[in-house]
Design a protein around this ligand. Structure first.
Ligand code: NAP
Length: 281
């Protein structure tokens, strides 16, 4: 029997815990999200982040900047937020419009306010197996979910399909730090099905709907579906062909209701922790 890993329920539990802890604080954690342009998916993600931060009792501010914002204007805003003592977490929503390079900005965010964990200092700390100020939200959410379902990570054979800087790479390093044996696959990988089939834990983060099929999954494997794709009918889909593998996998995350809510819960956890850290509480 395949067990569904309920990210929505776990996320609600985490959010309630943070809300209770926040109510006991004298000062409120502050999260600032910067949204540049009109990407429709980003607008929905940002609205959701804003709502969850407000529900947790945080000070939540969204800076909505126009599509043609120039580099200096965005740098000035980041500088202002770095120097604002009421701000604990700064999140620059990606992707940026084409004329802006995210790496011109991500390393300008104070690493102690880098709530997404994308600053080179935080990426480097993860690489060195030291404590970063914040762990990237999607990988952190996946680890929290694996731990909740008591999935053995040490010694597990993990295959991650996707090597982006926000999901695949940090997740690979975090799992290596937890003593998993990690293979990272990507669009140039040969014999993907055979590699995927070796996995005790298979993570897919490609953005290609239904690309993970039954022949790629070992009996009893844990399957983590990171993909979020909105199809032509407006329905959210993942990378995994859920119906075809649901009798084969031991555990599986649904889309929606799996990794997505865990990412938001991690963002709220990170904001809270940065506040505690900065205020030495
Ligand atoms: P990305 O930057 O586009 O990276 C996609 C990765 O998948 C790349 O490494 C690419 O390989 C690889 N890939 C693409 N096609 C492949 C194929 N046919 N076979 C093997 N590998 C393939 O994407 P991302 O930002 O990591 O996001 C991936 C998906 O996760 C998207 O659907 C996104 O919406 C979703 N996402 C969800 C959450 C959440 O909270 N649930 C968070 C972040 C992202 P190359 O490197 O060789 O190009």
């Amino acid at each position: 029997m395949t067990q569904i890993m309920d990210g929505k329920a776990l996320s609600n539990k985490i959010l309630n815990e943070i809300k209770e802890k926040t109510a006991l604080l004298k000062t409120k954690p502050g999260l600032c999200v910067i949204l540049v342009g009109d990407n429709p998916a980003s607008r929905i993600y940002v609205k959701n982040k804003e709502k969850q931060a407000q529900d947790a009792g945080f000070n939540s501010t969204v800076y909505r900047l126009s599509e043609n914002t120039d580099k200096n204007e965005l740098l000035r805003l980041i500088d202002k937020l770095n120097n604002d003592n009421t701000v604990d977490g700064i999140l620059l929503q990606l992707p940026l419009p084409k004329h802006l390079n995210p790496y011109d900005f991500l390393d300008k965010i104070d690493p102690k306010k880098d709530v997404d964990g994308f600053h080179p200092v935080n990426a480097g700390k993860i690489m060195l197996n030291e404590n970063p100020y914040a762990v990237p939200c999607t990988p952190k959410g996946i680890l929290t979910l694996l731990d909740e379902y008591k999935i053995q990570i040490e010694g597990a054979n993990v295959v991650i399909i996707g090597r982006s800087n926000i999901v695949g790479k940090p997740l690979a390093q975090l799992l290596l730090n937890r003593n998993a044996t990690v293979t990272v696959a990507h669009s140039k990988t040969k014999n993907l099905s055979e590699i995927a089939k070796q996995a005790d834990i298979l993570v897919s983060a490609t953005g290609h709907p239904d690309m993970i099929t039954k022949d790629m999954v070992k009996k009893g494997a844990v399957v983590i579906d990171v993909g979020i794709i909105r199809d032509e009918n407006g329905r959210l889909r993942g990378d995994v062909d859920f119906n075809s593998i649901k009798e084969t996998a031991g555990f599986i995350t649904p889309v929606p209701g799996g990794v997505g809510p865990m990412t938001i819960a991690s963002l709220i956890q990170n904001t809270y922790s940065l506040h505690i850290l900065r205020n030495k509480l």
